[in-house]
Design a protein around this ligand. Structure first.
Ligand code: C2O
Ligand code: CU
Ligand code: CU
Length: 483
């Protein structure tokens, strides 16, 4: 297999490189946060062109890395679509290898979903017409090429997808893209002398590809100028494996307003927020005091756990382990009406009394599994992913309870084609952060999910998988049909 990041492969040492022991050796000056271009489908006559391409990106001044992007060298434009519309996206593959584009969180039938069955060959164009029939939400799109998702997303094949609707617009939330409504795609990457490298090897498979350098929208050490007032942050965990534990350095509170499925019924005041790979959250941060603020993250719980398994290794993580994700510099005059709305939106919710069956899923990473070695060490219910095998058959319109558990570490479990609710976590009522409609949820101790299947998937099944991309690529995925 050819790697985009040729000649720069980090072998077995990646566990150590991924600890916070190594600060980036190539010091980064603070840089203005890059805001991906916004493409609004309504300005384009409901037809958007995306090209997956190879490019060169300077993450550090004077150092070029080979990367992948859509319509650019790294990541892709933010696509804004509107409820009620039908949007054609022409996705051209200008890469030297197969790819796919999956609309993560979009409620559309299986053949439009962009999963591993919708391969786009080099030089060809895929033209799904996406019916937008769901409430306003922050979604994202990314490569889902089987066995190559981790590497292609790591190299840059991802972007933001915003669904907008009248109900959301009527709330008057900050919505000036790039000004008071900021897309923040959080990623960690590994560099060597300022050049992006691809962690490889056993440990990268086991705990997922990680890096010692945080980036937002592909900007290392970013600063964002923001107005003095309420600012909406659309947080996307676009990392392959890293979980974030976000909080402001000065511990200021913020309001969580939207989960993966869209706006919550009312804002929730928080001081910290965990975000696992694939998860999104919209928050309102208040910069009306005019003081600069830094959003930080704590160490990844999974990595600390892994490190802790090696005797004495945990203390090498050192300090409180918090590091800056992005700095905000409020500018201008204080806004007059910086008020968080009291209510947001109530959505139609699945009804637990309608649940017709229960299925159990265990994301396997156990010793028994590892003993079998090779590709079989990661699986779901003991079976590694097989493109030719349908694992579950579901009736269209059914509501089910899915009970999901993860071995050895916290695994973000994602289901295509649905939004679900968390019914319970570890046998108890779900916590405040489990509320709202979601498409991805962290599971280690069992979580019960209430899932309603509203989209058909016959010839092209939907996926469910761990969103640690190296787990997904190496077998921790299954597929289901809905008819
Ligand atoms: Cu975000 Cu199946 O993926
Ligand atoms: Cu998805
Ligand atoms: Cu996993």
């Amino acid at each position: 297999r050819r790697s985009f990041l040729t000649g720069a492969v980090l072998a077995g040492g990646s566990l150590w490189a991924a600890s916070s022991l190594w600060r980036p050796s190539f010091a980064a000056e603070a840089r203005q946060l890059r805001i991906p271009e916004l493409i609004d489908a309504r300005d384009q006559g409901q037809s958007i062109a995306l090209t997956a391409q190879v490019g060169k990106t300077s993450f550090f001044p004077g150092r070029e890395s080979v990367t992948l992007g859509f319509n650019g060298s790294y990541l892709g434009p933010t696509l804004r679509v509107h409820r009620g519309d039908e949007v054609e996206v022409a996705v051209r593959n200008a890469l030297g290898e197969d790819t796919t584009v999956h609309w993560h969180g979009l409620l559309i039938p299986g053949e439009l979903d962009g999963g591993p069955h919708q391969t786009i060959r080099p030089g060809s164009t895929w033209r799904p017409v996406l019916p937008i029939r769901q409430p306003a939400a922050t979604l994202w799109y990314h490569s889902h090429m089987h066995g190559r998702t981790g590497e292609q997303v790591y190299a840059g094949l991802a972007g933001l997808l915003i669904v907008s609707d009248d109900d959301e617009r009527a709330l008057g939330l900050p919505s000036e893209y790039g000004v008071d409504d900021l897309p923040l795609i959080l990623q960690d990457r590994q560099f060597e002398n300022g050049t992006l490298i691809l962690p490889q090897g056993m440990m990268s498979t086991m705990h997922g590809r990680r890096g010692d350098t945080l980036m937002v929208n592909g900007t290392v050490n970013p600063v964002a100028r923001v107005p003095r007032g309420l600012v909406r942050l659309r947080l996307v965990n676009g990392s392959n494996a890293r979980e974030y534990d976000l909080a402001f350095a000065d511990d200021r509170p913020f309001h969580w307003i939207a989960s993966e499925g869209g706006l919550l019924e009312k804002p929730v005041e928080l001081r910290s927020l965990r975000l696992a790979p694939g998860e999104r959250a919209e928050i309102l941060a208040d910069f009306s005091d005019g003081r600069p603020a830094t959003l930080e993250t704590g160490p990844d719980g999974n990595l600390s756990m892994m490190m802790g398994m090696m005797r004495g290794a945990a203390n090498l993580l050192g300090g409180n382990g918090r590091e800056a994700v992005i700095q905000f510099e409020p500018q201008g005059k204080a806004a007059l009406d910086s008020k968080v709305p009291e209510r947001l939106l109530a959505h139609e919710r699945p009804d637990v009394s309608k649940a017709v069956r229960r299925r159990r899923f265990v994301m396997n990473m156990g010793m028994g599994n590892m003993m079998r070695g090779g590709m079989g060490m990661l699986s779901i219910n003991g079976r590694a992913f097989d493109m030719g095998r349908v694992d579950e058959q579901i009736r269209l319109g059914d509501t089910e309870i899915w009970e999901v558990t993860g071995e050895m570490m916290a695994h973000p479990f994602h289901i295509h084609g649905v939004h679900f609710e968390v019914l319970s976590r570890n046998g108890a009522a779900p916590g405040i952060r489990d509320q709202g409609l979601r498409d991805t949820v962290v599971a280690q101790e069992p979580v019960e999910l209430l899932v309603k299947f509203t989209q058909t998937a016959v010839a092209s099944p939907f996926m469910y998988h761990c969103h640690i991309l190296e787990h997904e690529d190496n077998g921790m995925m299954g597929q289901f049909v809905v008819s």
